[in-house]
Design a protein around this ligand. Structure first.
Ligand code: F6P
Length: 324
């Protein structure tokens, strides 16, 4: 392997720049050329490439977003699209590809490997933490800190006005952001897709806290929650069914994907970039790098994509006890 390309794909996450920096510098360390691909698989199809040396990634370890830009490519889902991309890779003399992204991005990389036997390696970059084979995806820790900061601020105004706030957080189909940030933010209740507690339980819990003397409350709602009502319907439901609550809704949205990466995400990104490049150098392909028991490990793409992350039941219990 002499020339490695790197791209970021799918929803961005804090730490992607730190991972690009790590891939580029690990290549430089091993005397490999590194090529940056702009706009994910879109740029791969169009040959939107730029050589990157060690100095080209200065001053980005602390920056949110991705300097290579990101996209969700429809064309890459077609055989024709992937053929175009493969042609561009071969024309540019690239013999290995590092994909930084989530499960959709890994599916693309896996198919590229299956169809053209092209060496690929994945770095899990998503705030959702929904990928098997790593305890932490890149950006999850930063997003948690962002959400906790937002909850703290909302709590200030909730408490001044004696209000109940429903706060919606991201996470797609999983509740990792909601559960962790909810505990850290001292939420009354946390609604996650993995555990449908039901409306009765929610109402009962809110009534109980009212009785126990609480004057304001925070309920965290994961965007993929399955209680059967969206966050605005939840507000209406509480308005209609419970006396004396002044209820507000706050949807945190895409601010959760931005911002300077935390120390944890910067270190994780640096480790993942080294592992990804060195694994390609060892002749490995079709794996994702991940953090397991403090070590960098490889997981076959297939397992990473098809597996379902489990919610930590201990955290659920802690959350229950804390809202007493
Ligand atoms: O996967 C990351 C994520 O931010 C999810 O939490 C969210 O559901 C989705 O992406 C939002 O996607 P978009 O940026 O296309 O609105």
């Amino acid at each position: 392997i002499k020339r490695i390309a790197v791209l970021t794909s799918g929803g961005d996450s804090p730490g992607m720049n730190a991972a690009i920096r790590s891939v580029v510098r690990t290549c430089a360390y091993h005397d490999l050329e590194c090529i940056g691909v702009y706009r994910g698989y879109e740029g791969l199809i169009e040959g939107d490439f730029k050589p990157m040396d060690a100095r080209s990634v200065k001053g980005i370890i602390n920056k949110g977003g991705t300097i290579l830009k990101s996209a969700r490519s429809k064309e890459f889902r077609t055989v024709e699209g992937r053929q175009k991309a493969y042609k561009k890779l071969v024309e540019a003399g690239i013999d290995g590809l590092v994909v930084i992204g989530g499960d959709g991005s890994f599916t693309g990389a896996m198919i590229l490997n299956d169809e053209f036997d092209f060496p690929v390696m994945g770095i899990p970059g998503t705030i959702d933490n929904d990928i098997v084979g790593t305890t932490h995806t890149l950006g999850f820790d930063t997003a948690l800190n962002t959400v906790v900061d937002a909850i703290d601020k909302i709590r200030d105004t909730a408490s001044s006005h004696n209000r109940l706030f429903f706060i919606e957080v991201m996470g797609r189909d999983v509740g990792h952001i909601a559960l962790n940030a909810g505990i850290a933010g001292g939420a009354e209740e946390i609604l996650i897709p993995e555990e449908d507690l039901g409306l009765d339980r929610l109402v009962e819990s809110l009534r109980r806290s009212r009785k126990s003397g609480k004057t304001s409350s925070i309920v965290i709602v994961a965007e993929g929650d399955k209680i059967g009502k969206n966050i605005f319907e939840l507000k209406d439901f509480v308005d209609d069914n419970m006396e004396g609550y002044d209820v507000r809704v706050s949807v945190l949205g895409h601010m959760q994907r931005g911002g300077s990466p935390s120390c944890f995400d910067r270190v994780l990104a640096s480790r993942m970039g080294v592992k990804a490049v060195e694994s390609l150098l060892e002749g490995k392909s079709n794996y994702m790098v991940g953090l397991q028991n403090t070590k960098m490990e490889l997981t076959p793409f297939d397992n990473a994509i098809k597996g379902k992350t489990k919610i930590n039941l201990e955290l659920l219990r802690v959350s229950d006890i804390m809202s007493t």
